[in-house]
Design a protein around this ligand. Structure first.
Ligand code: AVJ
Length: 324
């Protein structure tokens, strides 16, 4: 078993508690400059991501929603009455409603997110739409072990981690996260997880290089955020969005490429860029079903069922926790 503490670098969902300044200064000081993708999601970034999910080229969100719609009833059956649904990084909990409509035997819905405002908005909306549902928001970082409310301790648990958020992690980090979820959900617990599939590289390229330029704006917004929050002096016109599929690693990589030799300041410190030098801003890993099964098994999960769309663009996996 991997040691979660030692091998899990800070990865996702920690944007509100961790130090943007320290992460940016550190990332830009490396020989291969990089910025953590969790900082994309300031107010403007979240808005741009929302726009991305509506783009004709960006298939993951609508495909996953369609898979959930088509198979939610199957996902629900076999769920013991009184079960607790635990969502890791629930945000608006919008996709969750597709499941909640079918999970009529649910004992409670525990939603974990770093954003207290997002949790409160979701709680209010769910209270109106599912008046009998027991909603338990927890403000916290799902990449660390989260304790569930004591009165729910004896209930069977099902985890929910949609959106292919797991693709932002390296496979090693993803394995750590699956182990953390396993610890939270206990032996016999289930996990429903959305995973984007490997596919034709042109299709992937289009999804991350949309013709309206929304993904480019989303990527470049990171520099706007640095300029605003960290007294940055990035010239937005001198960086270009780049998204490329790396077939060896099985991931889309997003970069910001400097179009010329230049210096950009952050908190009074100068960072030099050569012409063509890149800042690596995001990885989005794609898996075959077999690859994801292997990853899950190594993290203590037994793959049980998997649902996909007709074009095999996206997968939703059901995993059952093995005993430790
Ligand atoms: C939110 C991680 C699923 O990797 O596709 C969308 C983020 N980046 N376009 C993804 C993203 C560029 C997205 N995830």
């Amino acid at each position: 078993m991997l040691n979660t503490r030692a091998k899990c670098p800070p990865c996702l969902a920690r944007a509100e508690e961790d130090d943007f300044a320290a992460a940016v200064l550190d990332g830009l000081s490396r020989p291969q400059k990089s910025l953590p993708c969790r900082f994309f999601y300031d107010a403007r970034g979240s808005e741009l991501f929302e726009e991305i999910t509506q783009l004709p080229e960006y298939y993951p969100t609508r495909t996953e929603a369609a898979i959930l719609e088509a198979h939610a009833a199957e996902m629900a059956d076999g769920l013991p009455p009184g079960s607790v649904l635990v969502e890791f990084g629930s945000g608006s909990s919008l996709k969750t409603e597709i499941l909640l409509r079918q999970l009529t035997q649910l004992g409670a819905y525990v939603c974990i997110d770093v954003s207290e405002s997002a949790l409160e908005a979701a709680r209010a909306r769910l209270a109106a739409r599912f008046p009998t549902l027991d909603v338990r928001p927890i403000v916290g970082d799902f990449s660390r072990t989260v304790a569930l409310p004591a009165d729910l301790a004896e209930r069977p648990r099902t985890g929910f981690f949609p959106g292919s958020t797991i693709g932002n992690l390296t496979p090693a980090e993803a394995g750590c996260l699956l182990q953390t979820f396993r610890a939270c959900l206990d032996a016999g617990g289930r996990l429903i997880v959305g995973v984007d599939l490997k596919k034709d590289a042109r299709r992937l390229h289009m999804a991350y290089n949309d013709s309206a330029g929304v993904t480019a704006a989303f990527n470049l917004n990171l520099l706007t955020r640095i300029n605003r929050e960290l007294a940055g002096t990035f010239d937005l016109a001198a960086f270009r969005h780049e998204a490329v599929y790396n077939p060896r690693e099985g991931r889309i990589e997003m970069h910001l490429r400097s179009t010329r030799r230049q210096v950009a300041g952050v908190l009074g410190r100068p960072f030099r860029f050569g012409a063509g030098e890149r800042i690596h801003t995001e990885n989005s890993y794609k898996y075959t079903i077999a690859e994801f099964h292997e990853l899950a098994r190594r993290a203590g999960w037994q793959p049980t069922r998997v649902w996909t769309d007709e074009s095999n663009l996206f997968s939703v996996h059901e995993l059952v926790a093995g005993s430790l």
